[in-house]
Design a protein around this ligand. Structure first.
Ligand SMILES: [Zn+2]
Length: 423
């Protein structure tokens, strides 16, 4: 691993520790103007970061990411139409979210005789990876830049323009907000209809990676964590052999199981549809096991963790005969010999939350999610004596779980709280 990648990873960690939108803390990263012809489109993304100072060097991969986003969520990005007063280099990805695009076109049309030179608009996580790398290493004249997955450029809500003073009033009356002197070329669209779509580019990259690296799968969760950063660094700057695919089979949920043995090792199981011929088991994005249908109908495997640890993300990926990803299930595992909190996917939007190895005195549990008590669909009760609560969640995404335990006499023993992203 290069020093630059380590630096990028440490930046990711520090951004996480800030606990809020890091793009508000650091500048978004000003992009150098390049042209497609100056692209050193050979080698990896990390090599592009090391050997170039233009995000054009990852344009091939970037175009695949944009195309894949439009497969995942059609019409996510709206093309900015040509205007006589709009100037942009050929390497600028001229796309924004539709409300932002409409506001920008309105601004351009309000002043047809004034030029707007756009140096950056939509950015992919591959491009932001370069900017974050250069920002962290102080190269290419880039100040500290937002980590991949966190720049508003990646969601199609930001522009960098040369004439930022000239256009300020026209843009601000249409929902754009000037970043300020720290990143004076940068405007964010904060008007009506702006939604945060930054994670989509990351998911698109993860899908492209998995399509081209079936033996090294990563989570397709939109989080640009360490597992994704490592793969981004070694991805081909010019793009993958297999590009975007709108016909790739979408995944169906897989039921996730694990069971800790006396020895401390974990038995792993998955219940998947008949098209799934092989599954991979991952924890925190790293492969811990793999099993095929030949090993058994529920894909048996086992694994012994080198270290204990709570709140780890468990994931099962299912592949068909052609090695295409067709199934997926997620969960949260406490790798701990004692009482362990768990979340396991059991179907579409269906999750079970409970305790493993609960003390004998625990007579029941209650689950509160984002402040609302949840009924166990197995027992039909809010206070579940089976020490688990199974529920179909109408709202997915990041949720706050609070599991309370009770004695037989009804007194509260304690409460465990966790945050988990339901998918
Ligand atoms: Zn910017």
């Amino acid at each position: 691993m290069s020093a630059k990648l380590l630096a990028t990873l440490s930046l990711l960690v520090s951004a996480t520790l800030m606990g809020c939108d890091p793009s508000a803390q650091v500048t978004e990263g000003r992009e150098e103007v390049g042209s497609e012809s100056d692209a050193a489109q050979q080698g990896t993304v990390q090599a592009a970061a090391d050997n170039s100072c233009s995000t054009t060097s990852v344009l091939g991969l970037s175009k695949q990411i944009v195309a894949e986003v439009n497969c995942i969520a059609p019409n996510t990005y709206a093309a900015v139409p040509a205007r006589a007063n709009l100037v942009a280099a050929s390497n600028v990805l001229l796309f924004m979210e539709k409300p932002a695009r409409d506001a920008l076109v309105s601004a351009l049309d309000a002043r047809p005789n004034t030029t707007m030179t756009v140096n950056s608009m939509l950015r992919t996580p591959a491009q932001q990876f370069l900017l974050a790398d250069w920002g962290e290493t102080g190269s290419c004249g880039v100040e500290l830049a937002a980590p991949p997955g966190t720049s508003n450029h990646e969601g199609g809500l930001a522009i960098d323009i040369d004439q930022y003073t000239t256009w300020r009033n026209t843009l601000e009356t249409r929902g754009f907000q000037w970043f300020g002197p720290a990143d004076d070329v940068h405007y964010d669209f904060v008007g009506a209809g702006a939604t945060d779509k930054r994670a989509l580019g990351v998911t698109a990259f993860q899908r492209l990676w998995n399509r081209n690296n079936p033996n090294d799968p990563i989570a397709e969760d939109g989080d640009f964590g360490q597992a994704t950063a490592i793969r981004m660094a070694k991805s081909p700057a010019a793009g993958f052999a297999l590009g975007a695919s709108c016909t790739a089979t979408s995944t169906t949920p897989i039921e996730v199981y694990w069971s800790r043995q006396q020895s401390g090792s974990y038995e792993l199981r998955a219940l998947a549809g008949s098209t799934v011929k092989r599954v991979d088991y991952l924890v925190d994005g790293f492969l811990i096991g793999s099993a095929s249908k030949l090993d058994g109908n529920n894909f048996p495997d086992n694994y012994t963790f080198g270290t204990q640890g709570k709140s780890r993300k468990f994931e099962v990926l299912g592949f068909n005969d052609n090695n295409a990803l067709v199934g997926r299930g997620i969960g949260m595992i406490d790798v701990d010999p004692g009482v362990a909190f768990y979340i396991r996917q059991m179907g579409p939007s269906l999750y079970e939350v409970g305790l493993e190895r609960a003390p004998a005195a625990v007579a029941a549990v209650e689950l509160v999610v984002d402040g609302v008590k949840v009924t166990d669909s197995v027992s039909g009760k809010v206070r579940s004596t089976r020490i688990a609560v199974r529920h179909v969640y109408s709202q997915l995404g990041q949720r706050q779980f609070a599991l309370s335990t009770f004695n037989a006499d009804g007194t509260l023993r304690g409460t465990i709280t966790r945050s988990f992203k339901l998918e």
